[in-house]
Ligand binder design. Structure first.
Ligand code: ZN
Length: 297
């Protein structure tokens, strides 16, 4: 079960979901369901983030609504065509937190030591773009790299949780490309400056296309992540190779700052990062989650 946010021809944000044989407009299904079952009561669901914040983002919610609706009326008219304009599944996170050097071979390829504790940094929400959105290369900053990553979305207010509790605070999984102006990062790093500007340009955080509820991923510790550019595989690893696993990352982060529903945590990239050039198409894939595709302008 996978859900997504998309934009209609009229520019309206809606929620879509994969159900049985295809993709359906869940926002429209929900409005019909409310009329038929609840006398119209219930929130308007036009962004996935609303479902996450209301603790409503569960596979059962989608299944129950569509199943019950189908018992009452046909749902063929809610089926979506192939031409979907995807939006980032989370449209206005309070924070996008990222983890650096979380795969040993990647730390080594950039000449860094394996960290003893997780290395965190932020990307601004203004960097977000969706599936099939265009990555824009800023002028005069030198080489820009792709970094495909597994990302999680926080489900509820999370403060100082233990590793054991951490997984209960995750709403679901998605994919992120932590696009990085590598030359600028090295320059700033050398001068003892933070990574923020090399990581924070507009369009430097493609995310999506799907958000998969936590319960739908059987084992997040053995997901195969692959990144390809123009069809050539550049990065390939299992999430089993992370130095600090998800539970540890969420627990650690929640010790520094309060995590809020909808916050995005990108869990680090494996070895094989490389240059993006104008005209490239970059794909980030985890089979159980989907493929995030973006072109470079
Ligand atoms: Zn990264």
């Amino acid at each position: 079960m996978r859900a997504f946010s998309f934009q209609t021809d009229k520019g309206q944000a809606q929620i879509g979901v994969e159900y049985q044989d295809g993709l359906y407009n869940f926002s429209a299904a929900w409005e019909l369901y409310k009329q038929l079952k609840n006398n119209g009561r219930g929130p308007e669901l036009n962004f996935l983030q609303i479902m996450v914040e209301a603790d409503f983002f569960h596979a059962e919610t989608f299944q129950e609504v569509l199943f019950d609706l189908k018992e009452i009326r046909p749902i063929d008219d809610l089926k979506l065509g192939k031409d979907i304009q995807f939006l980032p599944p989370i449209n206005r996170p309070q924070k996008i937190l990222c983890v650096g050097r979380n795969y040993r071979a990647h730390a080594e390829e950039l000449g860094n030591e394996t960290p003893k504790a997780p290395v965190f940094f932020c990307k601004p929400p203004s960097a977000l773009i969706g599936h099939q959105g265009k990555i824009r290369l800023p002028k005069g900053v030198g080489e820009v790299h792709h970094e495909g990553e597994l990302a999680v979305i926080i489900s509820k207010t999370t403060k100082q949780v233990s590793k054991k509790q951490a997984f209960d605070h995750i709403a679901g999984f998605t994919l992120v490309n932590d696009v990085t102006a590598r030359a600028l990062q090295k320059q700033d790093q050398g001068a003892g400056l933070p990574w923020f500007r090399s990581k924070g340009f507009d369009t430097f955080c493609p995310v999506g296309p799907f958000l998969v509820p936590r319960a739908a991923i059987l084992d997040h510790r053995s997901l195969e992540l692959q990144v390809s550019v123009n069809g050539e595989v550049r990065q390939e690893a299992s999430t089993a190779q992370m130095i600090f696993d998800l539970d540890e990352l969420v627990s650690h982060l929640s010790g520094y700052c309060t995590l809020e529903p909808g916050d995005i945590i990108a869990t680090g990239t494996p070895a094989g990062v490389g240059k993006l050039s104008s005209g490239d198409e970059v794909q980030v894939t985890i089979k159980e989650i989907g493929t995030l595709v973006n072109t470079v302008e």
